[in-house]
Design a protein around this ligand. Sequence first.
Ligand code: 7TS
Length: 418
Amino acid sequence: MSSVRAEVIEAPAGFDVDRIREDFPILRELVHGKPLVYLDNAATTQKPQAVIDALVDYYTHYNANVHRAVHLLSTRATEACDRAREKARKFMHARSTNEIIFVRGATQGLNLVAQSFGRANLKAGDEVLVSGLEHHSNIVPWQMLCLEKGAHLKVVHIDDSGVIPLADFEAALTERTKVVALAHVSNALGTVNPIAYMTELAHRVGAKVVVDGAQAVPHMPVDVRALDVDFYAFSGHKLFGPTGIGVLYGKQALLDAMPPFEGGGDMIRSVTFEKTEYNTLPYKFEAGTPDIAGIIGLGAAIDYVNQIGLDRIAAYEAELLKYATHVVQQLPGVRILGQAPEKASVISFVLEDIHPHDIGTFLDQLGIAVRTGHHCAQPVMDRFQVAATTRASFAFYNTVAEVDALVAGIRKVQEFFA
Ligand code: 7TS
């Protein structure tokens, strides 16, 4: 904690949080007559004006369906979607836009891999390895697949600090492991997994690695080629973009060999009652009219984040998290769950004898938005033998003053329930 001064943190050069906050109109809202302190970024992030403008611009000036018409508006909409796909490719450092599938969000991306790759490649006796810190959306699709195939869902559990012990992970891998499904960053604890190393270990036994990147992409640069992962999914709405849109990255050779996920328009080359020929990548996995506005909004969100720079975002948030951990930890009767050495932007805590729901409701009255509950990660709650936690999750627009407001709020909660 030595680099943390009591009141102030050091922002990276060129990072002006007050200036950045001006880009987010919602941050000027009052909640119960108090300035909004938005600390529920792991659930969804707020949208900069640039993203809102991109949506309005599309609906105002060139709303049309894509890939379907020669008219000008359709061409403009199609070109905007193509540009957004290229932005997503670059953002992920993927080789080709063929590897960027637009999906509804992380959940649909993970289900796509389970239902398409999993159904085609798993058989009875095979194993899918997941970790004890997964969000339900990286557990249930694999459980469903294993049930259908007679395969085994194997779990590598986390330790008391919320870390997956690498020796346990390595020991859990066998020649029967066909898929390893891991969060890059835990939504409930903030733990950052060493995905590159874990992928290397998984590849040694021939398993494919599927990464749930929902909580990683808003906080750190992600390079799917450097990580060498086989699949990587994330949600646009957690990356300052709209809801209803996300990205699934997959290695082209794998995607090429996989059967379609859904059938319908756009995913075909030709259809007769006898036989359908499927479209090429990425369209093979994008049946029906896509979320055109969402795609365009996601492109604008990627531009916005790039302009600040994910390295700078990561550096600022690391400082903010260090400060927040320091001050929250000092409160009496507080227990922070998840103390991994590598953490991102989440403080999950419990207060002695006060229910998280009461804490959340009380903080809301102060204008402070946090999430309480199991965070769709019930196995994590079970591991720590709690039913729920209160979770403050940060984004780059959060400030030291907001952390101080949270701490003052927690003190008030404690006084009220004392
Ligand atoms: N994976 C992780 C790690 C997540 O945190 C979430 C959403 C998802 C997958 C699912 O994303 P979706 O956009 O498809 O729903 N997490 C949370 C959360 O922590 N609070 O609300 C949603």
